[in-house]
Design a protein around this ligand. Structure first.
Ligand code: ZN
Length: 331
């Protein structure tokens, strides 16, 4: 029944918004009314593990989702076989709107964004105080990624038995980032106390002790992150993240593979400025397109600080983070 546009009146237009035309909207719902809510815990080449009521369900995406990406941490609705049986396969039919997206690019010239995790509200940046030496570059980059997304960063400084934490803590004092310090064989209660009620994603170079921390926080993690899980499904590759429920059921930790680079091609100077409300108003005096790097380049933020609206430490910290992704490499 072909029609052309001049035959349409308002009622027709309203009907056309419904893809099945004559079917009332209420009749479309029953198809998924028995859907269950779950959380995506692993992603592996088009197969997803979704935790539904405590059961690990193997799922694929429903065709109706189109090309929308699904990431670890996504809250989804699934239909189909949710028994968790070895050969059972459910379908993900809906993805809830994400509250946050932690993303990176392979390097700073790479336009392709990779979503590391959805819906995290806390980023635990794990950094050794020695062996390997602290990587200020990686910390800065992780801070930028978190702050520009509204994710609360936490510094977790490990191996305090090898070197003191004072210098690293002082380096970030202007940013008010909470810091916890651990040593090998020591207590991790300070870290553990920050986690209940949060979805915390852990990032760090390999060798900093991140896996050790995760295994202490979630004793079942070692089994869950094995190359093939005990029931022979939900194979997890080391190239992607995995979400693990905290043992007391209140919150999640997301372990990420050892990060070699953390590209920030998608972040602009103004994105970062958003995380510095004390500086943001001052930037309204800057020339259009200001990169906020220096007064010599026309930036007015130095005047803003001189007028007493923000401290020099804050401006210095902002510019240092800004420089972390406009200079140097992504490591
Ligand atoms: Zn400026």
């Amino acid at each position: 029944m072909a029609r052309n546009s001049r035959d349409l009146d308002e009622d027709d237009v309203r009907l056309r918004a419904n893809p099945r035309g004559t079917r009332p909207r209420s009749k479309q719902r029953p198809a998924h009314e028995d859907a269950s809510e779950g959380l995506v815990t692993t992603v592996d080449r088009g197969r997803y593990t979704v935790l539904v009521d405590g059961v690990e369900v193997n799922a694929m995406r429903a065709r109706e989702l189109g090309r929308r990406g699904i990431a670890v941490g996504d809250r989804v609705q699934v239909v189909g076989d949710r028994t968790g049986a070895v050969d059972a396969l459910a379908r993900i039919v809906r993805i809830a709107e994400r509250e946050t997206v932690l993303r990176r690019t392979a390097d700073d010239a790479d336009p392709l964004e990779r979503v590391i995790v959805a819906n995290a509200d806390q980023l635990v940046i794990v950094c050794a105080l020695a062996d390997p030496e602290p990587s200020y570059g990686l910390i800065d980059r992780c801070l930028v990624a978190a702050l520009t997304e509204g994710i609360e960063p936490v510094l977790c400084l490990t191996k305090a038995d090898l070197a003191p934490a004072d210098d690293v803590i002082a380096h970030y004092s202007a940013l008010d980032v909470p810091a916890v310090v651990t040593q090998r064989g020591g207590s991790i209660e300070a870290l553990r106390s920050l986690l209940p009620g949060h979805e915390s994603v852990f990032v760090g170079h390999s060798g900093v002790g991140k896996s050790t921390l995760i295994n202490q926080l979630v004793p079942s993690a070692e089994r869950a992150t094995g190359s093939v899980s005990a029931v022979g499904k939900g194979r997890h590759t080391s190239s992607s993240a995995i979400a693990l429920p905290l043992p007391d059921g209140d919150g999640w930790v997301v372990d990420t593979p050892g990060v070699r680079s953390f590209g920030l091609a998608h972040v602009t100077a103004d994105d970062l400025l958003w995380a510095f409300p004390d500086l943001e108003d001052g930037a309204t005096q800057c020339p259009p397109g200001c990169e906020h790097q220096s007064a010599e380049a026309g930036c007015r933020l130095d005047d803003w600080v001189a007028e007493g609206h923000a401290t020099p430490d804050r401006l210095a910290a902002f510019r240092r983070l800004l420089a972390s992704h406009t200079t140097g490499d992504a490591r």
